[in-house]
Design a protein around this ligand. Structure first.
Ligand code: 13P
Length: 257
């Protein structure tokens, strides 16, 4: 299967959120491996909880499945009780880090400024940051989507160089579509993805923007993934609920465009 846009390889990421113990994570990776073994057409990433990262990375060895952390802290070590550094998750076997998820922003008060520091720390540790941004329902309904996406994009990537953008991914996750069963239509998502690519071109230059993978997240299912990934600027999916079952995640990985 061809990549939807030459030069941008599709990426399917499963965000397990606060689900799966160590044992359950290993079982899920073990169940996924035979189902996605022949998937050369896209990159496959799963993000278990911190406790399961090392074991999941071990279980995924020799398979196309890469591991992501769901968050990290920007300092490398020190008196920061409860925090985990980029170097620590990299050593545990992660190659990616999901940063600035809307649940971190809304439930834990994470600011875009904090996200930019985390992205810089992730890059420094050799991880690929997957920086999430999206608008709430009231922001969309009051016609502020473009403004809030613009602000969140600039602030969350503040201080990153053009070179860093080549090692970064963006996930557009409209807050109203997360866990609601109500995904954005491919048209709605494409509009915001094109907006984000335009912002990336303004800030980092056209060439860096053209290669930037922009993933869509929010109620992605086997039934709607094809329509979303068929769109020009939708380069992959960040999947929550449907990533917790091997069969449904594998069916998403098996998307057809
Ligand atoms: P759902 O796929 O469950 O809507 O979650 C999306 C998400 O938040 C992925 O990060």
């Amino acid at each position: 299967m061809e990549s939807p846009t030459p030069g941008r390889r599709p990426v399917i990421v499963g965000n397990w959120k606060m689900h799966r113990t160590v044992r359950e994570s290993v079982e899920l990776v073990d169940r996924l491996k035979p189902l996605v073994g022949a998937s050369g057409h896209c990159d496959i990433v799963v993000a278990p909880p911190f406790t399961a990262l090392w074991a999941a990375a071990r279980a995924a060895e020799g398979s196309p499945i890469a591991i992501a952390a769901q968050d990290l802290y920007w300092e490398s070590q020190g008196a920061y009780t409860g925090e985990v550094s980029a170097g620590m998750v990299a050593e545990a076997g992660c190659r990616f880090a999901i940063l600035g998820h809307s649940e971190r922003r809304s439930l834990f008060g994470e600011t875009s400024r904090a996200v930019s520091r985390k992205a810089a720390a992730a890059l420094e540790a050799g991880l690929t940051p997957i920086v999430c941004l999206g608008e709430t329902l009231s922001e969309r309904e009051s016609g502020r989507t473009e403004t809030v996406i613009g602000t969140r994009f600039r602030q969350s990537l503040d201080g990153l160089t053009e070179d860093a953008l080549y090692r970064t991914m963006i996930a557009y996750e409209p807050v109203w579509a997360i866990g609601t069963g109500r995904a954005a239509t491919p048209e709605m998502a494409q509009d915001v993805h094109a907006l984000i690519r335009g912002l990336a071109a303004e800030v980092f230059g056209r060439q860096a923007a053209e290669q930037l993978p922009i993933l869509y997240g929010g109620s992605v299912k086997p039934e709607n993934v094809d329509g979303l990934l068929a769109r020009a600027d939708i380069d992959g999916a960040l999947v929550g609920g449907a990533s917790l079952k091997a069969e449904s995640f594998a069916a998403i990985v098996d998307f057809q465009v």
